[in-house]
Design a protein around this ligand. Structure first.
Ligand code: SIN
Ligand code: CO
Length: 382
């Protein structure tokens, strides 16, 4: 079991989170990577795994990016130095790695995106760049020299003609060599550059920050609930004597007012718009093709959260809204049901006593059947 040493989450959030970089020496002092470089390469050969190989050419402006899946011959033909293999969403393929992500649960679950693992040969790097997300860079094996900017830069100039977003000019304020167990936190927008001093592995715990546009998109989908009752454009003060082809500023403003008023007045729609958006997941097979699930199935066997499924809940006054796979279930808001919902969200392997306790409540029994029917929970094969 891992533990962040000398780490005070409250202090960290107050001083650093989304504010400034923070180097956490020996945060995971005894850390040993649970995956070897060879296993990482094996993962990068699998069909559904997102992987990339970045190779640096002869100078700072020549970079080559290739996407996996790879095969053994791709790795055999690599040089001795100046390349990095990166594999995203490793926690989905190696569920024991979710224990590592759990160290970051001082941030809400929905903010945590994935665990990316990279292996770099000596001098390997993905170049100086900027990420749009918060990231903790845990040095898992070997040493790496990180250079970073202490403040957020303006919109950066990128080296032209590359598939990778490499900064044209990178000026670091800080430079440090990270040893295994050290960790560097970077808020979004801080330029950084890590170069392997020897064969090394870096674990990136990345966060997500959905855009305003995705919130509006999800809200727009939710307004379908209004059906024909949704507000429409009206123009009792129709302007005459204008060119019939003109779309006037007043008309545009009226649409804007209409849309903003809808967003403002639809309190009831926002929890589901955001909850569905944040729990949405590209998983999860075709539910219509699945066998129906019965209570007896839930009682027998070990149930697990699908590794790609996100569960979160919202406490409204009169109900608990449970979000999964871009869907919502409504449950009565009692202390007992809330405690069970929290356990459902916490436990990746559902303990039999949790399943049985849920089955004693009609609403939670229905919820479990729904979760199972949509593959948000799955039966363990072992
Ligand atoms: C890496 O692991 O090489 C890159 C991680 C990052 O800079 O975000
Ligand atoms: Co980065």
């Amino acid at each position: 079991m891992w533990r962040l040493q000398g780490f005070d989450a409250e202090r960290f959030v107050a001083e650093y989170w989304q504010k400034k970089p923070c180097l956490l020496r020996a945060a995971l002092a005894e850390f040993e990577s649970p995956i070897s470089p060879e296993e990482l390469a094996g993962l990068a050969c699998e069909e559904d795994v997102h992987s990339r190989l970045v190779r640096q050419g002869d100078d700072d402006r020549s970079w080559d990016l290739r996407y996996g899946p790879f095969d053994a011959s791709d790795f055999r033909s690599l040089p001795q130095s100046h390349y990095t293999l990166l594999v995203s969403e490793c926690e989905k393929w190696l569920p024991e790695l979710t224990d590592l992500l759990d160290l970051f649960r001082f941030v809400p679950d929905w903010r945590i995106d994935d665990l990316m693992i990279s292996y770099a040969a000596p001098q390997g790097s993905v170049g100086p760049h900027v990420d749009e997300y918060d990231v903790f860079l845990l040095q898992a094996q070997g040493t790496r020299r990180w250079a970073w900017a202490e403040s957020r830069g303006d919109t950066p100039r990128l080296v032209e003609g590359l598939e990778l977003a490499i900064l044209e000019n990178f000026a670091a304020d800080q430079e440090q060599v990270l040893q295994p167990g050290d960790m560097l936190y970077l808020p979004p927008g801080h330029a950084h550059h890590g170069v392997a001093l020897e064969p090394c592995m870096t674990f990136s715990i990345g966060f997500r920050a959905p855009t305003a546009a995705s919130a509006l998109e999800s809200f727009a989908l939710e307004t379908e609930r209004f059906g024909r009752d949704i507000a429409r454009y009206r123009d009792p003060e129709l302007e005459t004597g204008r060119h019939p082809a003109e779309l006037t500023t007043r008309e545009i403003d009226e649409f804007r007012r209409l849309a903003l008023a809808l967003a403002e007045r639809s309190d009831a729609l926002w929890p589901d718009a955001i909850g569905k958006m944040l729990s949405d997941s590209a998983v999860i097979g075709d539910p219509d093709a699945e066998q129906p699930v019965y209570v007896s199935d839930l009682q027998g066997g070990q149930w697990l959260r699908h590794p790609e499924s996100r569960l979160l809940y919202h406490r409204a006054d009169d109900a608990i809204r449970l979000y999964f796979n871009g869907r919502v279930l409504q449950l009565p808001h009692t202390d007992e049901i809330l405690a069970l919902v929290q356990r459902l969200c916490d436990e990746r392997e559902l303990a039999p006593d949790l399943v049985n306790a849920c089955l004693r409540h009609d609403a939670l029994e229905t919820a479990l059947l729904e979760l199972a029917a949509h593959n948000a929970i799955i039966k363990s094969e072992i």
